[in-house]
Design a protein around this ligand. Structure first.
Ligand SMILES: Cc1cc2nc3c(=O)[nH]c(=O)nc-3n(C[C@H](O)[C@H](O)[C@H](O)COP(=O)(O)OP(=O)(O)OC[C@H]3O[C@@H](n4cnc5c(N)ncnc54)[C@H](O)[C@@H]3O)c2cc1C
Length: 335
């Protein structure tokens, strides 16, 4: 038996962040992941901004969590020696005359004003007939790169293994968990929408929300800004490709990409890019969302050394570090 403090099930952004927070506290752990290539975290666009939605609402609480997330990603970049965090402005194109007047109205709010720049310089080859605003303090994370490099790092420390965790093989004896060769004092479940299969948290209601991302071959619009219009974003990934998304298909857990799901998305991209583009890849994945949109970061009601982090919804990048830190605090205080 290999004795460890914590066993983490799932290495999406939730499991990755829990592992990293435990690592920072010097707590030993093992991460098991089934090796799924189309998890939400691997397909995600990785965008973050405290201004969101049609109304462009600014959420101070989210802004605070975002600052913590950005600091965490910078530290992790340093540890791994890779660059996966891009702090970039969002060039938010105004879609209609009505949106233009609503946006001007929003500028009466001082807190909103601090986050934006009115009338940014136009960008070549971009359609913006009603103008745009620039949203500051935003950006994106190459989540797949972050997950892959941290996985390699953990593998080199014998702290990661590809295993499809079987719930009925978990033994609980004298307050410890036994699974295959491991004996752990704590177990943390971070399985994304697959929590639905977890018998220990069967009362938690995760609503699957399918999303699509398409990658396009397109001559870059000349700078690294993220473009956004009418709920559709375009992120330049290099000089010749951009990724764009995404769709929201609620209560849908069919993981396969379906070309008819992205027709509307293609029309929205046409409203942004004036140059031709060609689809070179299409991926889809399932977001783990909750009815109240609240993240579930909690201790089991009976097994006090069993935890879960899930329900990151559409804001996994901003929420995961904050709630993973919360779980790691519960574990370290218990120790
Ligand atoms: C198309 C799309 C675009 C998105 N864009 C953004 C965005 O721009 N910004 C943003 O903040 N968020 C975005 N999201 C949301 C974000 O991706 C999710 O909130 C986040 O990835 C959820 O992370 P997770 O770790 O909880 O779950 P997941 O990423 O699903 O990870 C769960 C992991 O657990 C593993 N697992 C499950 N069951 C088992 C088992 N029994 N044994 C072993 N391993 C298991 C899986 O293999 C997987 O690796 C997007 C999502 C999608 C689908």
């Amino acid at each position: 038996m290999i004795k460890i403090n914590s066993l983490i099930i799932g290495q999406g952004i939730a499991g990755t962040m829990v592992a990293y927070m435990l690592q920072q506290k010097g707590i030993s752990f093992m991460v098991l992941d089934s090796g799924k290539t189309n998890s939400a975290s691997r397909v995600a666009a990785g965008m973050f901004s405290a201004i969101s939605g049609k109304r462009k609402s600014f959420d101070e609480e989210i802004f605070r969590k975002q600052k913590f997330a950005v600091e965490t990603f910078k530290q992790l970049e340093k540890l791994l020696g890779v660059n996966f965090l891009y702090e970039e402005t969002i060039y938010n194109i105004i879609h209609t005359v009505q949106e233009k007047s609503e946006t001007l109205n929003r500028t009466k709010d001082e807190k909103f004003n601090l986050q934006i720049e009115l009338n940014p310089l136009p960008i070549e080859n971009i359609k913006a007939e009603f103008g745009a605003i620039a949203i500051k303090n935003s950006g994106w994370v190459n989540c797949e790169l972050m997950l892959d490099t941290y996985r390699s790092y953990l593998t080199s420390k014998n702290s990661f293994s590809i295993v499809d965790f079987k719930y009925d093989e978990l033994e609980i004896r004298n307050g410890s968990f036994y699974y295959k060769d491991f004996e752990a004092m704590n177990i943390i479940f971070c399985e994304g929408y697959q929590l639905q299969k977890n018998p220990f948290f069967e009362n938690e209601n995760i609503i699957p929300c399918k999303g699509d991302i398409i990658e396009l071959k397109h001559l870059n619009h000349g700078n690294k800004k993220i473009l956004k219009r009418n709920g559709c974003f375009v992120i330049p990934t290099n000089d010749k490709t951009v990724k764009t998304g995404s769709t929201y298909l609620w209560n849908n857990s069919d993981e396969l990409p379906n070309s008819s799901d992205v027709e509307e998305l293609k029309n929205k991209v046409n409203d942004i890019l004036s140059n031709d583009f060609k689809i070179i890849a299409h991926q889809s994945a399932i977001r783990p969302t909750t009815k109240t949109r609240e993240v579930i970061a909690k201790q089991h009601s009976v097994f006090k050394n069993m935890f879960m982090l899930n329900g990151l919804g559409t804001k996994g990048i901003i929420q995961a570090p904050y709630y993973a830190n919360y779980i790691s605090e519960l574990i370290s205080n218990k120790n």
